[in-house]
Design a protein around this ligand. Structure first.
Ligand code: PSU
Ligand code: MN
Length: 286
């Protein structure tokens, strides 16, 4: 099985497009031989695997889903709320349901300016504590990538580059940062995950898969959107969990759809890769 998050649907992609991506990403998992489970909280009930109608509901902005990190889950259950789960929230629920592989687009991380704001995504802590493989395309350059990688090292989360020596930067295939380990195929990735389970205290693993080349964003467009987005945060005084959605929306509207196509392409690629690793892991257990 492959877990999929729902925050990317409710807070990361525009209405309409989010529903298409929800369907395509599940199809990508099925085509690679695994079973998709998109995760959310509906009416206070954790849902691991959504029906078509539930996916419609999550993707409809009229329903105003909360953004649920792991810390929000208890409150959402008790108060009977609807919410989309972040990487942190999804990883916690997936693990509780016995799912060991999870695909997403970008991981949360250390925000720029975190020295003053302390804005560090709970995704990093949860990954350090939860035995699950997260397949993503690195982190967005809206974050402090160097600090994010340092924190992953401190929290003992192994980072594997998929056929790359460089940590990917979401819209761009490479950043200036190296990955500590490189794997060449799903079998090697699965072998690392299986071995890491035997390391005392070993928990999550990050597999960083660069965006498919044909969808990589041009460097100048990328740098312009980033500078504008950061300025927007400053002038509007955006804080906390609104930061990522506001920046994502700016990228999508100001790029004329280029960032949307890129986002979809990398999520589909990550879902397919996660499914292939999940199949390898299932074979290894049998
Ligand atoms: N990065 C992206 N797209 C996303 C997110 C992050 O490129 O949709 C979402 C994910 O759900 C991630 C969350 O877990 O934002 C992190 O939010 P925060 O920084 O508030 O922890
Ligand atoms: Mn935050």
């Amino acid at each position: 099985m492959v877990a999929l998050e729902s925050t990317i649907l409710s807070h990361g992609l525009p209405p309409g497009r989010n529903r298409e991506v929800a369907r395509r990403v599940e199809d990508a998992v099925r085509e690679a031989g695994a079973v998709p489970a998109t995760i959310a909280v509906l009416g206070g009930v954790p849902k691991v695997g959504l029906t078509e109608a539930e996916l419609d509901y999550v993707c409809d902005p009229a329903n105003q889903l909360e953004k649920l990190s792991r810390r929000d889950l208890g409150a959402a259950f008790a108060l009977g709320r609807d919410g989309a789960t972040t990487v942190a929230g999804t990883a916690a629920l997936a693990h509780a349901a016995g799912i060991g592989v999870f695909a997403t687009g970008g991981l949360g991380g250390v925000h720029r300016g975190a020295r003053e704001t302390w804005d560090v995504s709970a995704d990093l802590d949860v990954l350090a504590q939860t035995p699950i493989l997260v397949v993503c395309s690195g982190v967005k350059s809206i974050l402090d990538m160097g600090a994010t990688l340092e924190l992953l090292e401190t929290r003992s989360v192994p980072v594997l580059g998929y056929r790359t020596d460089r940590f990917p930067a979401f819209y761009r295939r490479e950043s200036e940062f190296e990955v500590p380990w490189r794997v060449e195929d799903p079998r090697q990735a699965a072998a690392v995950v299986a071995a890491h389970r035997n390391v005392p205290g070993g928990a999550g693993v990050l597999l960083a898969n660069p965006i498919p080349s044909e969808f990589e964003m041009a460097a100048d467009l990328h740098d312009r959107l980033l500078a504008e987005g950061l300025e927007l945060l400053r002038t509007r005084g955006v804080h906390g969990k609104e930061v990522t959605p506001v920046l994502l929306e700016h990228f999508h509207t100001a790029s004329g759809g280029v960032s949307l196509d890129a986002n979809e392409a990398l999520v589909l690629s990550n879902a397919a890769l996660a499914a292939r690793v999940a199949v390898e892991l299932a074979g290894a257990r049998a």
